[in-house]
Design a protein around this ligand. Structure first.
Ligand code: SME
Length: 156
């Protein structure tokens, strides 16, 4: 596998299309989930220049901070709390165009303005979430949801 990430594309969809096979190549022969989360966070972060890109893992009744790229973040989040805890509780992706309008949003960083959180399933249960934050409003849409849901499937 090449260790250099080369992503070209005019549109967001084109860049996801270039990124997906490269993520697949990196994770498919590596069984360690933490190692794969670390590379996926780095590849997404580098490709799109998000503010914060990372994972929280389910540990008992809480989400615990996992591999990420960006500024330091909250370590533990309870089920149902914030955008991450809501994605876990509802077992569905949360696309938040303005975090100030999301009741209970946890402001790890005051710079974060919009967010997407995608749950990761193993044997029908949420085992982790992918959380991406942007310092601009309205960053995430259906294109991100569909592609990120495909990307996290490669981790389970
Ligand atoms: N804002 C998130 C917390 C995690 S950080 O943004 C990295 C939330 O409300 O779940």
């Amino acid at each position: 596998m090449s260790e250099q990430l080369i992503i070209q594309g005019e549109t967001k969809q084109e860049r996801y299309e270039a990124l997906l096979p490269q993520i697949k190549a990196v994770v498919e022969d590596e069984p360690d989930l933490i190692a794969n989360m670390a590379n996926v966070a780095a590849m997404l972060h580098e490709t799109f220049g998000f503010w914060w890109t990372g994972f929280y893992r389910v540990e008992g009744a809480e989400l615990v901070l996992g591999p990420f790229q960006g500024p330091m973040a909250c370590t533990r989040i309870k089920k149902g709390r914030g955008v991450c805890g809501t994605a876990w509780l509802k077992e569905e992706t949360q696309v938040v165009s303005d975090v100030d309008k999301f009741p209970g949003h946890i402001a790890c960083s005051s710079a974060s303005r919009s967010e997407i959180v995608v749950p990761i399933f193993q044997e029908g249960k949420v085992i982790a979430v992918l959380d991406i934050d942007s310092e601009r409003l309205n960053t995430f849409d259906e294109t991100d949801r569909q592609n990120l849901e495909q990307i996290v499937k490669m981790l389970s």
